[in-house]
Design a protein around this ligand. Structure first.
Ligand code: GUN
Ligand code: ZN
Length: 442
């Protein structure tokens, strides 16, 4: 019915493919376009002058000229309970885990805390233009329920799981494999494949897991291949040394995960900084994806991600904010840090590539290319309206941008939450709450 149709007029930008391999043809840009949404999905994208004639009589066109419409951003690695310690002073990984992350996750024990943080996290995520995230909850199964419940209420496409850990961590955050199995089985039953939600097995990382716990994950993946898996891999050198000491029977960190069946499409490894070229190659063959988390890496001093080597090895790449080691839920700021990190490596990251990582690249990493990440016909209409006049310098510079690279560079390096004028989920605006007044009409 006409009620479920929306048409917005503005500039439109999305990826059809990976610009690293497909070049400029990977990017679709329409300076004066229409985005036509029906029943929460993309019906058509095109030039305003062509598409206008095809619209049903009386169809309202929402005027967003001066704005840029892009797909919602995808954050493939973050920890919602850690929002409460994001941007606190940090040390290196293990000190930070002990002093910041574990206490934040232990605080979820307090009644009502998981709900409060889940709501805060999703609000902050949407305000920053993220429409889908792959999220670590806490070890408490109720903490995963709280996140899924709120995501379901808002109609979000989300992937999450309760953390699995049975060593290294404080007693209060540790559980037996038997208990973990029972709780995780219940969560999978309740949430996996329900509406737009999916469950991710979430072993924290090898140093926090016994072989019995890793074996449970292997068995779950065998039984239910549609499950996701998320964990950390080779984030810091110290962590890699610890894994070598504690798992001497394996060839290395990656081999350990490989032996437990983790190297497969649908697995997302955060970081993957300190791998040798054989391991990078093996990762590429496996179809498992990597979440690059540069803001976290810089603050914990973890290392400079060899993004180009992983890309050349064929690893599906995406970006993660890694809140709370990462300071904010802003994927734009994360992309800005990704540009800086690759400059420091002397392997510059193109801005088109950066934009891809946060949209279609994220969707591919999550095996959701048919659902989200672009404006192809039939894709779910999770999209952003970017206010190119959000700040004086953005207005000045975007008006004069003479290439797509220039435009995207300005969005990444000058853009923050003010740039995100609207976040829409399945064609419905969810932020900001209440009416929006645009510049010219005010
Ligand atoms: N490695 C194991 N747990 C964590 C975590 O919570 N954050 C980060 N950045 N790395 C980890
Ligand atoms: Zn993390």
């Amino acid at each position: 019915s006409a009620n479920t149709s929306r048409v917005l007029r503005g500039s439109i930008l999305h990826c059809l493919d990976d610009p690293t391999t497909a070049g400029e043809a990977a990017i679709h840009y329409v300076a004066d376009g229409l985005l036509w949404i029906q029943d929460g999905r993309i019906k058509h994208v095109g030039e305003a002058c062509d598409l206008k004639q095809q619209l049903p009589a009386g169809q309202v066109i929402e005027d967003r000229r001066g704005c840029l419409l892009i797909p919602g951003l995808i954050d493939t690695h973050t920890h919602y309970p850690q929002l409460s310690v994001a941007a606190s002073p940090a040390g290196t990984l293990f000190d930070w885990l002990e002093q910041r992350a574990f206490p934040a996750e232990a605080a979820l024990e307090q009644p009502g805390m998981a709900e409060v943080l889940a709501h805060r996290f999703i609000a902050e995520m949407l305000r920053n233009g993220t429409t889908t995230a792959m999220v670590f909850a806490g070890v408490q199964p109720e903490s995963a329920d709280a996140l899924f419940q709120h995501a379901q209420h808002l109609g979000l496409r989300m992937i999450a799981g309760k953390v699995l850990q049975d060593r290294l961590v404080p007693d209060a955050l540790r559980e037996s494999p038997e208990q973990a199995q029972e709780e995780t089985d219940r969560l999978i039953q309740r949430w996996h494949g329900r509406d737009r939600l999916a469950y991710a097995l979430t072993p924290r990382f090898a140093p926090a897991c016994s072989e019995a716990l890793l074996a449970l994950c292997r068995d779950w993946l065998r039984q239910s291949p549609s499950l996701y898996l998320q964990t950390h891999l080779a984030e810091t050198r110290e962590e890699c040394e610890r894994v070598a000491q504690e798992f001497p029977r394996y060839k290395g960190y990656l081999d350990l995960y490989d032996q437990f069946g983790f190297l497969r499409p649908g697995s997302v490894f955060a970081h993957a900084i300190h791998l040798n070229s054989d391991e990078q190659q093996r990762l590429g063959e496996s179809g498992a994806a990597v979440a690059h988390c540069p803001s976290s890496n810089l603050l914990l001093g973890s290392g400079l991600m060899p993004l180009k080597a992983l890309q050349q090895a064929g690893v599906p790449l995406s970006v993660g904010t890694d809140v709370g080691a990462g300071p904010s839920c802003s994927v734009l700021k994360t992309l800005a840090d990704a540009l800086r990190v690759q400059q420091l490596r002397g392997e510059p990251l193109g801005v088109l590539q950066a934009f891809y990582l946060a949209t279609l690249g994220g969707a591919r990493a999550l095996r959701l290319e048919q659902e989200i990440g672009s404006f192809r016909q039939g894709i779910e209409a999770d999209f952003l309206v970017l206010d190119l006049e959000a700040t004086p310098e953005l207005a000045e510079r975007t008006a004069r941008a003479d290439s797509l690279e220039e435009m995207i560079s300005l969005l990444i390096l000058l853009g923050d939450d003010r740039l995100i004028a609207e976040t829409n989920i399945q064609g419905r605006r969810v932020t900001p709450v209440g009416p929006v007044v645009y510049g010219q009409e005010a």
